[in-house]
Design a protein around this ligand. Structure first.
Ligand code: R5P
Length: 294
């Protein structure tokens, strides 16, 4: 029998005791094979254990999102500033220069547009194409609580099986429907399910209440998704709080490419994530770089 509602008291997440990971710098990765570890070490910086991924995959279900109308003009010049790019294979082949040295994580799910039920997704690329494109990982939505919950879980476990054969890490993304709760209780459930079912890292949203219980109860690294555009200070505070409360970095899109100065914002987020720069100081850095024309 699952826990009944309200039987949550008495749980102990030991948020102040880091999970021990022998033999590798990333949480939960000690027993992975060499290729998986090597690909993960391209996305997550071994010196900080964190990553700043730039998410520009939004077009796979919502078309030319504001800020992504021309990825060749708006995003390609930013790639050098991120630790990894998260995009679709269509964008990779059509506009990302093949001499790009930053690792690429490829969006591997798709199907419905914003006009339809979003959880009705499928695996949308073959693993051998990800290998052919020299990807450092693949990412897939998981709709816990969604109309097609079970299918999206099955999509992810199939992708994980294919990824293990190829040495390709899978990032499971907690997809939140419009009417679904976005609280720690939900994200603990979704992140833990994604990790237990085999994803090597999880992308999820930040919640002000109890985020440390989400990261503590997930046995693999969590990267924070940015969500809708908010003010720069607020976005930097969110990134700061997420890493201070256990996230291994961010995979941010709109709060970077919809900023008035995307390059300055990306640099400020990097300082926040890798060097623990306080939000007010990161905002100062952003303003200075913006003034200087970044
Ligand atoms: C995930 O569902 C999206 O495709 C984006 O990768 C994700 O939402 C991150 O971008 P943003 O920071 O704009 O939310």
């Amino acid at each position: 029998m699952p826990d009944a509602e309200g039987v949550q008291t008495g749980k102990q997440y030991h948020e102040d005791v880091p999970q021990e990971t022998r033999g590798f710098f990333l949480k939960g990765g000690g027993s992975y094979d060499w290729g998986l570890k090597n690909r993960l070490a391209r996305v997550f910086r071994p010196d900080t254990g964190r990553t700043v991924m730039l998410a520009v995959d939004h077009g796979y279900f919502q078309g030319p999102t504001t800020g992504l109308e021309r990825i060749d003009l708006n995003i390609v010049p930013l790639i050098a500033e991120c630790d990894a790019l998260f995009c679709t294979r269509g964008i990779l082949r059509s506009v990302v220069p093949p001499d790009t040295v930053q690792p690429v994580v490829l969006r591997a799910s798709g199907g419905p547009s914003i006009l339809k039920e979003l959880s009705d997704e499928h695996i949308a690329m073959a693993m051998d194409d990800a290998v052919r494109l020299n990807a450092a990982g693949v990412g897939i939505q998981v709709f816990v609580g969604g109309a097609f919950e079970s299918r999206s879980i099955r999509n992810m476990t199939r992708l994980v099986d294919e990824g293990l054969r190829a040495g390709m890490p899978v990032m499971g993304v907690t997809a939140v429907g419009k009417e679904m709760a976005r609280d720690a209780k939900y994200f603990r459930l979704a992140c833990r399910m994604i990790a237990e079912l085999g994803a090597q890292y999880v992308k999820t949203y930040y919640v002000p209440e109890g985020f440390e219980s989400v990261t503590a109860s997930c046995p693999v690294p969590i990267v924070m998704a940015g969500g809708k555009k908010i003010g720069e200070l607020e976005a930097l505070e969110m990134a700061y709080n997420a890493v201070q409360r256990g996230a291994a970095g961010v995979d941010m899109g709109r709060n970077i490419f919809q900023s008035e100065a995307p390059r300055a914002m990306l640099r400020a987020v990097r300082e926040t994530v890798h060097n623990n720069l306080k939000p007010e100081d990161a905002l100062d850095l952003y303003e200075t770089l913006k003034r200087d024309g970044s």
